[in-house]
Design a protein around this ligand. Structure first.
Ligand SMILES: Cc1cc2nc3c(=O)[nH]c(=O)nc-3n(C[C@H](O)[C@H](O)[C@H](O)COP(=O)(O)O)c2cc1C
Length: 325
């Protein structure tokens, strides 16, 4: 059996993965097989779809794969047994590998530097970046579509704006979000997003919950999202061939591979889950990736940040809080 301390160090890297609202919805147990993962239901938003939660678990697994590879192991994910999705147990197994992967160390360093930047991006990409991103190997039955031309980016920007308008116009969605936004006035947090990473102009002395519930306006948030998406030089959509739990995990792994590769290339990223999750927006997103078979999982934008300081670090739970048993 692999040393428990070594697996714990891989879990630590898993915990750096992105998750919706930074809810970090993972629970883990180290077993003789490797690692078992579940959703932590205390942290899953009441209204949020499970799809996004399992995409985050996929990103967690992808992060672990880089840390394990640096130590000479590769991982495989068992096909989950058919149970209610909310209860699914994901078993990750580690296997000693014969060859050493030099790229794993670069990817591992990328996972540690990666963070969301919701600010504006420069209109031009470093030369060769698009080609290098396009060459990202995708997990089986998932794909990456890059959206470069201005007309399609404008359509994507409109989707990002409409998604933001929905979130800030539906009281239940606002309440779901409010739990996950904090400022210095709230005291230290281990989950959720610093308000400064969402809205740098927002007052720092107002509790995050109050900003979400009372101060933010749907119009301002929607137009800010539109402007930033419109200006970003590159958008992407991750799609999975089927809309099933194993595909969401595979899609999360592909997503994280793209985000880490972008980080290594010096790019920042910002995701927008609304266009793939809000039923009235999904048909337009599907048209945007016309020709890609399957279910769009998530839209994102990439670019060199105009304001790197807006890549504000968000907190993480300690592995001890994630581990059970
Ligand atoms: C499945 C998924 C959906 C997300 N959706 C959004 C989104 O709609 N809008 C957004 O600004 N960030 C979104 N994010 C990014 C998270 O908010 C971000 O990863 C989290 O706050 C942690 O911050 P970090 O990426 O800097 O580590 C999403 C992330 C994941 C994994």
């Amino acid at each position: 059996m692999i040393n428990r301390a070594l697996i714990t160090s891989w879990l630590e890297v898993g915990c750096l993965a992105p998750s919706p609202h930074n809810n970090q919805p993972w629970k883990a147990r180290i077993s003789s097989a490797g690692v078992s993962l579940w959703l932590d239901h205390e942290l899953v938003p009441l209204l949020g779809p499970y799809r996004l939660q399992f995409i985050a678990l996929g990103a967690f697994i992808e992060n672990m794969s880089y840390a394990a590879a640096v130590d000479g192991y590769e991982l495989t994910v068992d096909e989950p047994s058919v149970v209610p999705r909310r209860a699914a147990e994901i078993t990750v197994r580690f296997h000693a590998r014969a060859t050493h992967s030099a790229n794993a160390a670069i990817a591992l360093a990328g996972t540690k530097r990666r963070r969301t930047n919701r600010g504006p991006y420069e209109p031009v990409l470093p030369s060769g970046a698009t080609e290098q991103l396009r060459a990202t190997p995708c997990e089986p039955a998932t794909s990456l579509a890059l959206i470069c031309d201005a007309a399609n980016r404008s359509v994507a920007a409109d989707l990002a704006a409409r998604a933001m308008r929905v979130v800030f116009s539906v009281p239940e969605l606002r309440r779901d979000l409010a739990r996950f936004v904090f400022t210095g006035a709230d005291g230290p947090r281990r989950i959720g997003m610093p308000l400064a990473s969402m809205s740098p102009a927002a007052p720092a002395n107002v509790p995050g919950r109050q900003w979400v519930l009372e101060l933010a306006t749907a119009d301002e948030e929607a137009e800010a999202a539109r402007a930033r998406f419109e200006r970003a030089p590159l958008h992407f959509v991750i799609t999975s061939r089927t809309d099933t739990l194993p595909s969401w995990i595979a899609g999360g792994r592909t997503l994280q591979r793209v985000l880490v590769r972008a980080t290594v290339l010096g790019l920042s990223h910002c995701l927008a889950a609304g266009p793939s999750e809000i039923p009235t927006l999904l048909p337009t997103l599907r048209r945007l990736v016309d020709g890609t078979e399957g279910r769009p999982l998530i839209l994102g934008r990439l670019g060199v940040p105009t304001l790197p300081s807006l890549g504000v670090a968000s907190p993480r739970r300690a592995v001890a809080d994630v581990l059970i048993g």
